[in-house]
Design a protein around this ligand. Structure first.
Ligand code: SF4
Length: 499
């Protein structure tokens, strides 16, 4: 058997070390897993196009970024910690020659934040190198890991993504071609996986049988037509690619010189798109179900205005994600829309701790209240979700200090009561404020005059799609892919009590 080993970017020349180090933090917003991008276009500068695609997908992961290109059988790889604009420059991109490329922006969900865990993951097989970029999270990682270790695979990283690559390599080395080998491997994977894979022969795009994470196909104008894959349509727009369609749940698309071929590899596809992609994660200008998410989010705002009206002088959203829902709320309720908070767009994730006195001023590094808009006003503030509630509490305090006489909070999603196991960091259940507190108790903790969440029905009906075609497990605990007990215990307080 051919030994399988993983290739790290250190094995390739022209690496520049990024000074940004890994860090621990606990999110007060659900954190997105990753963004993926793939392109087959021998006549184009595939590395540069992937760079721009990743640039548009930066909101999906800010910890590391990477691009792998294939120049015939040779793979060029560059990945490092940091933002896309920090990891790549002209000289690095110049080195990444090839006919096809895949790229990745990462936020760590499985495996800690370190350079080895950055993607694409590259492994060697009897058919040449395989590069893989993954958005999502497997729930049977432990089992898969045990199986792979038994066959003498030496795992370099701690990510589930590398294990998918190894599972494919194992099948390929046992005699399968790229397609058969990949399909065999996908049948061993449970959970959420939207993947792009690069091989010397072509680019592959894959979604798990539930299509939990998004993945779209675009075309580049010209003859022959060339194909692009991206987590969201905003990754197509930036390079002038035209949206063609989604990769379907349980579908594999194989993009080569011959064009695009489609294979339905799963016998039981059942669409369960993550509803949080629509509420918050994906960019508002991305298209899902034939409309921008901005439009969907405005509809959420209109719906919550109908469900939980309140008398006030102005309504505004928490920038940026709460703004479309606040506009919808204003349209439906007649309460004038205003800008009550200004966001500093250049903060990013700082690695320098603020001073104690700065910390006491709360959230103002990121959001600053507009005093003359707020003073003497009864305000409605609209946000997309509350995870732990710590930021919301500081925000309410800051609005009162700026002169607001009443603060009413409206949330354009239901209470988050359960953790996500499919690639979103919603924290463990014991840190989710709505897991242990009633809405009235949360309102008291946040010190708001009133608090209302959107109903679960309202959130799903506003999609104007089949309401069964979404995962909404973090609001209900009804997980579409069964979570093994061992994995569940790590995040659920209920199980912790039983243990
Ligand atoms: S549990 Fe929540 S965040 Fe996770 S995939 Fe389902 S809807 Fe999305």
């Amino acid at each position: 058997m051919i030994p399988i080993h993983s290739v790290t970017s250190d094995e390739y020349p022209n690496q520049e070390t990024n000074p940004i180090n890994s860090h621990e933090h606990r999110p007060d917003k659900p954190e997105e897993a990753c963004g993926v991008f793939g392109i087959y276009a021998p006549e184009a500068d595939v590395a540069k196009m992937t760079y721009f695609g990743l640039y548009a997908l930066q909101h999906r992961g800010q910890e590391s970024a990477g691009i792998a290109t294939f120049e015939g059988a040779t793979v060029h790889l560059h990945k490092d910690m940091g933002l896309v604009s920090q990891v790549f420059n002209e000289a690095v991109l110049e080195h990444l020659q090839g006919n096809l490329a895949i790229g990745h922006t990462r936020y760590s969900t499985t495996g800690s934040s370190r350079k080895d865990n950055a993607q694409p993951a590259v492994v060697e097989t009897r058919l040449g190198s395989l590069a893989l970029a993954h958005n999502g999270n497997l729930v049977n990682t432990l089992q898969l890991r045990e199986e792979l270790v038994k066959t003498n695979v030496s795992l370099v990283t701690t990510t589930d993504s590398e294990m998918i690559a190894f599972a494919i390599a194992e099948a390929v080395n046992a005699g399968a071609d790229w397609l058969e080998g990949s399909i065999q491997a996908f049948h061993r994977c449970e959970g959420a996986f939207s993947l792009v894979l690069g091989t010397p022969a072509g680019v592959m795009g894959v979604r798990d049988p539930n299509g939990i994470r998004p993945l779209v196909i675009g075309t580049l104008p010209g003859n022959p037509i060339r194909y692009v894959l991206a987590s969201e349509t905003c990754g197509l727009d930036i390079i002038g690619a035209e949206y063609l369609r989604d990769v379907e749940p349980g579908e594999l698309v194989w993009i080569t010189e011959a064009g695009l071929a489609s294979y339905h590899w799963s016998q039981k596809p059942e669409r369960k798109l993550c509803i949080f992609e629509m509420i918050y994660f994906a960019r508002p200008d991305s298209i899902m179900h034939n409309e921008s998410l901005y439009t969907y989010r405005m509809r959420l705002g209109r719906r919550i205005a109908a469900e939980s009206a309140v008398d006030a002088d102005i309504v505004f959203g928490v920038p940026d994600s709460g703004i479309p829902a606040a506009i919808g709320f204003s349209q439906a309720s007649g309460v004038p829309y205003a800008e009550g908070l200004i966001k500093n767009r250049y903060v990013g994730r700082t690695f320098i701790q603020p001073t104690q006195s700065m910390r006491e001023t709360g959230i103002r590094m990121k959001l600053n209240p507009l005093k003359d808009v707020l003073v003497g006003k009864r305000v409605i503030i609209v946000d997309d979700s509350i995870v732990r509630g710590t930021t919301s509490r500081k925000l309410v305090k800051a609005l009162r200090e700026a002169g607001a006489t009443e603060v009413h909070m409206r949330i354009s999603s239901p209470p988050v009561t359960h953790p996500c196991f499919y690639g979103i960091d919603t924290d463990s259940q014991d840190h989710l404020i709505a897991a242990t507190k009633s809405v009235a108790e949360i309102a008291a903790q946040l010190e708001v005059d009133s608090l209302a969440y959107l109903s679960w029905e309202g959130m799903l009906e506003a999609t104007q799609e089949d309401t069964n075609s979404f995962c909404s497990a973090c609001f209900t605990g009804d997980y579409p892919v069964a979570i093994p007990e061992q994995v569940k215990r790590s995040k659920l307080i209920l199980e912790k009590v039983v243990v």
